[in-house]
Ligand binder design. Structure first.
Ligand code: NAD
Length: 251
């Protein structure tokens, strides 16, 4: 008889001394934020604007901010879902050491996970930064002036271009976060990927890195992924339902 995936998940968690969770957009669909690649996802509606275009073209910057403020309310209204809360519970009880996320929505923080336990590989869309001096800018004042007459935000400190604090296609990965994520992938003994199609690189390289360095690998995703064959346990289920209904965990 096949082992129930929930029991198999619990057994791997019980054995582990150092678990890392890696999350993607699927983690937040139950909070009402569409993912990229599911039907109706962001990808199917808007082609991403590459970083170089954002830098070089005023029109691309205008279009980026128009799109941002079209979807901002969804992002602002989103609350952590039961999946986020289950993960936060695991962190609070010392069962999970670190969350490495591709998400830009800040919902792991909102679910109560301390900032020190979260690595954001693709930045955060709930605020903006100057691309030259890296000063943080809040979205409220940018929204007010942009929605009035499409004034593009400029850094008052240095005159630099201001962009949401996310990593766009073609933009270099944040060095410190990537190094820290690689270190955690190498040192963990259980790496759990949740809600990611695992087609965005270099983030997805963390899975083989963890596996090559001796970690057990779990993938929890509605659809199959190209890494399922590498996994010790590949679970095809809804994230919230799966994580919030684990039977009597002993870890
Ligand atoms: P993706 O859209 O490529 O893949 C999401 C995966 O999650 C899909 O395979 C889908 O089947 C699965 N999924 C969706 N909802 C699920 C659910 N409730 N239960 C189980 N599985 C579910 O996302 P990705 O791999 O994270 O790559 C997309 C990129 O886009 C990331 O780099 C991320 O930065 C960005 N993004 C972020 C957000 C966010 O912050 N919430 C949203 C959209 C895109």
């Amino acid at each position: 008889m096949d082992t129930d995936p929930k029991d198999a998940f619990n057994a791997l968690m019980a054995e582990s001394r150092n678990t890392v969770i890696f999350t993607g957009a699927g983690m937040s669909t139950e909070s009402g934020i569409p993912d990229f690649r599911s039907p109706g996802g962001v990808w199917t509606q808007n082609k991403p604007i590459p970083f170089q275009d954002f830098i070089m073209s005023r029109e691309a910057r205008l279009e980026t901010w128009r799109r941002k403020f079209n979807v901002e309310k969804t992002m602002r209204d989103a609350k952590p879902n039961i999946g986020h809360l289950a993960v936060a519970h695991m962190v609070a009880h010392g069962q999970v050491e670190k969350i490495i996320t591709q998400n830009i929505d800040g919902l792991h923080q909102a679910s109560g996970v301390p900032e020190s336990k979260i690595i954001e590989l693709h930045g955060n869309t709930t605020y903006a930064r100057c691309l030259s001096c890296h000063r943080r800018h809040e979205l409220g004042p940018i929204r007010t002036t942009f929605q009035r007459d499409e004034t593009l935000p400029v850094c008052e400190a240095c005159g630099g271009i201001v962009k949401t604090a996310t990593i766009s296609f073609g933009q270099p990965m944040p060095e410190r976060e990537m190094l820290e994520a690689q270190r955690d992938a190498i040192s963990c003994d259980l790496f759990i990927a949740i809600g990611s199609s695992l087609v965005v690189f270099p983030a997805a390289t963390l899975l083989p890195l963890a596996k090559e360095n001796g970690a057990k690998l779990v993938i929890l995703n509605r659809e199959k992924t190209d890494f399922d064959g590498l996994a010790d346990l590949a679970i095809h289920a809804e994230i919230g339902d799966f994580l919030a209904n684990l039977p009597n965990p002993t870890y």
